[in-house]
Design a protein around this ligand. Structure first.
Ligand code: FAD
Ligand code: SF4
Length: 399
């Protein structure tokens, strides 16, 4: 192997916007290739070189213990809890724990900047990655941009600005690439705050999803697939619309998700220091996974703004997951009355807390495994991490 000179990335040229990316149709537009760090793309790209176990070892001091179910599902962690802000941030995705941690880190001088994603002036769902240096800029990035977002496209600016202490907020594929080039950024300290992520879409795909699912696609300001087995849409006028998962037009939506997300097995953002989502927590609460000491330090900063409770788990997901596999595969859509009924029944007796998170992970991993087997059989062995093979192995898959 030839040694890479420390400034080698400066000689690489960012790829032109819109040009074909090295991961081809599997590219999730994480932003790395928009910078001179494209030099490292073959090692760094989550869709070319899956290396979660090695990077866990490097950044958390160990990789998942495959004899521990919680490690297999949720990744390396030292703590997990349910939490919510006692005073939620208006307009945040949930209660705004992510934005609050970022603001606290900036205010206390732990970091000089925060990589996060605002939206463009013209389009509330069009991502605009920034390096925020004020609390106002962090707040302007609150709420999900439910589209592929090139968060890493601002990485060149980090090095040029001379910043030495940085917080990056991002989803799994962005964080995998970031970890792979972390030591090239010239930083003294990098903090990584992750969210889980699944079923993301291009901006065009998002429009199709909204058009097929919501009663008023143009007024949606926020949506989430919630723990009550319904999609919740919030509209401009403050009203909430709910649509049961089982009533989604699966046949029309089958191709809406980005191919990158159909081959992703890093739902829980394995390489972040701290992960803030919702799916392992009771309805209305957020779910926090502390992966290492850095993550614990970050969470400590906002503990006095949070109400917390231990994680819980209830129900048994297996049969529901097994039933969902052929239903998704065949693109079955239930009539709305049946979907609502099924939603009510499953909410009463279905999986809750961590078991709901396992339900969601199992459903997505089995679907994605089948997709890979059919479309990228040669990549299957290297690309699917061992923990995911274990999860998928519990179910009977169609050919
Ligand atoms: P806020 O304080 O509102 O802050 C949100 C932060 O997310 C902002 O800092 C912003 O920079 C960042 N962000 C927004 N959009 C993107 C994007 N496209 N890429 C990278 N960063 C972004 N959690 C689950 O438990 N299960 C899921 O299935 C799940 N799916 C998700 C899918 C997507 C596409 C995204 C972006 C997040 C998903 N999450 C999921 C995380 C969850 O929806 C919340 O983002 C999380 O709980 C934080 O809420 P908050 O109120 O603390 O965030
Ligand atoms: Fe480049 Fe990121 Fe696309 Fe991979 S996913 S090809 S690293 S932009």
């Amino acid at each position: 192997m030839t040694a890479v000179s420390p400034n080698a990335h400066k000689k690489a040229r960012a790829l032109k916007p819109g040009s074909r990316r090295p991961a081809k149709e599997l590219c999730s537009e994480c932003g790395l290739c928009d910078t001179y760090y494209v030099h490292y793309v073959k090692e760094a790209c989550a869709f070319i070189n899956q290396q979660i176990a090695d990077l866990e070892q490097e950044f958390h001091g160990r990789s998942r213990d495959l004899s521990q179910e919680n490690d297999v599902y949720f990744g390396v962690h030292q703590d997990m809890m349910a939490a919510r802000k006692t005073q939620p941030i208006e307009g945040a995705q949930w209660t705004g724990i992510v934005s609050s941690i970022a603001i606290e880190m900036l205010n206390r001088g732990l970091v000089e900047g925060v990589v996060c994603v605002q939206n463009t002036e013209e389009d509330r769902f069009q991502p605009k990655p920034v390096i925020a240096t004020t609390p106002e800029e962090i707040l302007a990035a609150r709420v999900n941009k439910p589209t592929l977002s090139p968060n890493l496209s601002v990485l060149e600016l980090v090095e040029q600005s001379g910043m030495k202490r940085l917080l990056v907020i991002g989803v799994g594929c962005q964080i995998q690439a970031l970890r792979a080039v972390q030591d090239k950024l010239g930083l003294e300290k990098l903090y990584v705050l992750g969210t889980p992520c699944v079923d993301n879409v291009t901006r065009a795909g998002l429009q199709k999803f909204l058009d097929t699912t919501s009663r008023s696609p143009d007024t949606v300001v926020y949506y989430e697939f919630m723990q009550d087995f319904r999609v919740h849409f919030k509209h401009e006028d403050g009203s909430t619309e709910t649509v049961p998962f089982f009533g989604l037009k699966t046949n029309e939506l089958k191709d809406v998700f980005a191919p990158s997300c159909m081959t992703c097995f890093d739902y829980v953002n394995s390489l972040a220091d701290l992960v803030v989502g919702y799916m392992g927590a009771p309805f209305g609460w957020q779910w926090i996974v502390v992966r290492n000491e850095t993550g614990a330090e970050m969470l400590d900063l906002v503990k006095d703004q949070l109400e917390t409770q231990p994680v819980m788990s209830q129900g048994d997901r297996h049969q529901a997951v097994q039933n969902s596999i052929p239903a998704y595969d065949k693109g079955v859509t239930l009539p709305m009355w049946a979907a609502k009924l099924m939603g009510v029944v499953i909410e009463k007796i279905g999986p809750k807390g961590l078991e709901y998170a396992r339900f969601s992970i199992d459903s997505h991993f089995t679907r994605n495994y089948l997709y890979m087997k059919r479309n990228y059989p040669d990549k299957l062995e290297q690309h699917v991490p061992d923990y995911a093979k274990r999860i998928v192995g519990q179910y009977k898959l169609p050919e």
